[in-house]
Design a protein around this ligand. Structure first.
Ligand code: SF4
Ligand code: SF4
Length: 68
């Protein structure tokens, strides 16, 4: 399973990462920041990281469990 980390100091709550995640992993939290609501569904595709205009979200692939 991959780990998705959001850096709130850089995030401007634009929602792009939420919109682009093909697996519905991310949702907007009560504070407006994206949160990882469904971590088990994450494939580690890194779309969220690549689309974030503020470099505020980083995906760390767990190389021990991923097959890719
Ligand atoms: S790495 Fe891919 S599946 Fe995981 S949260 Fe980001 S966009 Fe969604
Ligand atoms: S795309 Fe980046 S700046 Fe926008 S909500 Fe997601 S983490 Fe925050």
């Amino acid at each position: 399973m991959s780990k998705v980390e959001i850096f709130k100091g850089w995030c401007k709550k634009c929602g792009i990462c939420i919109a682009f995640c093909p697996r519905g992993v991310l949702t907007a939290g009560d504070d407006g920041f994206p949160k990882v609501s469904n971590p088990d569904a994450c494939t580690g595709c890194r779309w969220c990281e690549l689309r974030c205009p503020d470099f505020a979200i980083v995906v760390q692939k767990d190389e021990h469990t991923d097959n890719a």
